[in-house]
Design a protein around this ligand. Structure first.
Ligand code: IMP
Length: 180
């Protein structure tokens, strides 16, 4: 798996340090409030687990799955809910946890859907922000790292369902994409 990686953009240590910083910031911002963290399957699972584990306050967690890309590397703009939340979010403080915001289309759709359910507040925490590719404006309240306009894998992010368990964020060799 590692032999397919051309370069590491963000090391495991850098990720873990930033995750701890974000956890402290979220703890401060939500002091005295109940917090429901909503992870978007599957990419945000690794980040969600580390982030919640770095927090020293109680949090409720739930997950939602939407389809965005299928298995190609280009956004279709078509978003579908594959798995909805288990719990009601009405009147609750909700923090969406996302792996990467690229065009912003997926997040815009999710924000629209969840806003209609009447949460007390609705914010977004994204590990990675690929600003250059943004097609629609979406508010990001917490961002781990800005990344260049390259297809990245690792720490939850996949290419054709592989590479999610790499502990760092990296870019694959061109021949890996060509092979697929
Ligand atoms: P958006 O709707 O274009 O913002 O795409 C968001 C989703 O596309 C993310 O949650 C990822 O699942 C996927 N995605 C976007 N860019 C990348 C990437 O560089 N590597 C892996 N997945 C990506």
């Amino acid at each position: 798996m590692r032999e397919d990686v051309a370069k590491i953009l963000i090391t495991e240590e850098e990720i873990q340090r930033r995750v701890r910083e974000l956890a402290r910031q979220i703890e401060r911002d939500y002091e005295g409030k109940d917090l429901l963290m909503v992870g978007l399957l599957k990419g945000a699972v690794t980040f969600m687990v580390d982030l919640t584990r770095a927090m020293q306050r109680p949090v409720a967690v739930d997950f939602m799955a939407v389809s965005s890309y299928g298995s190609s590397t280009e956004s279709s703009g078509i978003v579908r809910i594959l798995k909805d939340l288990d719990e009601s979010i009405e009147g609750r403080h909700v923090l969406i946890v996302e792996d990467i915001v690229d065009t912003g289309l997926t997040l815009r759709y999710i924000l629209e859907v969840l806003r209609q359910r009447g949460p007390a507040s609705l914010r977004v925490c994204a590990l990675l922000n690929k600003k250059e590719r943004r097609l629609v404006d979406v508010p990001l309240d917490y961002v781990g790292f800005d990344v260049p306009n390259e297809f990245v894998v690792g720490y939850g992010l996949d290419f054709r369902q592989i590479y999610r368990n790499l502990p760092f964020i990296g870019v694959l060799k061109p021949e890996v994409y060509a092979r697929a």
